[in-house]
Design a binder for this molecule. Structure first.
Ligand code: G3I
Length: 321
């Protein structure tokens, strides 16, 4: 078949993959990356713990490797991520900040990191990540929430600074488990985005991560994405993978193929859905077993780089009505 990136371009969307620095040493991985994808997200190497491991000491070497790989194949990039409670440098996670001091630290960080990559430039930035918690749509507990007193306050700050230092990038708010309707988290993210846009906060897009389960892809992704775009923002699926309990049976593989097809169709049905990024390429590497020990096999190529039914599902979505 034609490369996925060519099929996606014809449909007006990009197709991306997350890339760990270690993946670059795997020739088979890089071959598929080059052939199939036109958008790249650094899986870990632009996170705060990597880019500013101690105060005002910046480190761009790992991020640069990903940028170079992307530029070498003319792929665009998604920066990931400026303000997130996880993989935060330990010094930021300390208990005692004044609002003024943390504001200063956030500005120094965004100025350095977003500013550094503004000349590439990055196509998209996940400015804030996972700011809504999993319980009832309450704001995510974090050093940011504690110090600023409200999620609105620090998210507004992050976006205004990102706009200042990365004016060429589209600025996204990104979260998971918000792709379905009647989910408190999805509603809370929607209301937050709406409030901030009303205040003139420069949010360009909402990222739906898309970490999903085989056979449990929400049926109403299109409706949810549409609802967000009616606020006047773009949307994208930013970290798609569809896992199941191991071992995989043929049934599960086939269902996974249908699930990938459904997610691609959902994005294609939404005018302002800009593209889809897969959180990896091959089942050989995955974050999942580290977090869900009995689950995995969530990606599109198997451990031996053979395309799975998921690949055919994506092709179907990109080539047929
Ligand atoms: O680099 C160290 C290595 O030196 C050490 O030996 C090894 C031992 O555990 O850990 C390595 O760090 C790991 C890092 O990935 C790089 O491989 C961390 O332990 C591990 O926790 C970290 O996991 C990442 C995870 O985010 C952290 O939350 C995953 O690779 C990454 O795929 C995952 O990505 C997140 C997105 O950023 C946000 N959305 C959810 C998504 C999946 O969890």
């Amino acid at each position: 078949a034609a490369p996925l990136k060519d099929l996606a371009s014809k449909k007006g969307i990009y197709i991306g993959a997350a890339l760990g620095n270690g993946n670059l040493a795997d020739a088979e991985f890089v071959k598929i990356l080059k052939r199939e994808f036109n958008h790249i997200t650094p899986e870990n190497s632009m996170k705060w713990e990597v880019t500013e491991p101690s105060p005002a000491t910046f480190s761009f070497g790992l991020g640069d490797e990903i940028v170079e790989a992307a530029l070498a194949q003319k792929a665009k990039l998604r920066g990931h991520t400026l303000v997130w409670h996880s993989q935060l440098a330990p010094w930021v996670n300390q208990a005692t900040w004044t609002k003024a001091n943390l504001t200063y630290a956030i500005e120094r960080h965004i100025k350095a990191v977003a500013g550094y990559y503004n000349n590439v430039p990055l196509d998209h930035w996940d400015v804030v990540n996972e700011v809504i918690s999993d319980s009832n749509g309450l704001p995510r507990d974090s050093v940011f929430l504690k110090t600023f007193g409200s999620v609105d306050a620090y998210v507004e700050l992050a976006f205004r600074l990102a706009k200042k230092y990365a004016p060429k990038s589209k600025l996204y708010i990104n979260d998971y488990n918000m792709e379905g309707e009647a989910i408190a988290k999805s509603d809370a993210l929607y209301e937050l985005t709406k409030r901030l846009l009303k205040k003139g906060v420069p949010i360009d897009g909402v990222g739906a991560q898309g970490h999903m389960l085989v056979g449990q892809v929400p049926s109403n992704i299109t409706a949810v994405l549409e609802k967000f775009t009616k606020l006047g923002v773009d949307v994208a699926i930013t970290e798609l993978d569809i896992r199941a309990t191991l071992p995989f049976t043929q049934d599960k593989l086939d269902q996974q193929g249908k699930d990938y097809e459904a997610v691609f169709r959902a994005c294609l049905a939404v005018k302002r859905c800009k593209g889809i990024t897969l959180w990896g390429i091959t089942d050989k590497y995955s974050w999942i077993p580290g977090v869900f020990p009995t689950e995995g096999a969530a990606l599109v190529w198997d451990e031996n780089y053979q395309p799975k039914p998921a690949y055919d599902g994506i092709v179907r979505a990109l080539t047929t009505k």
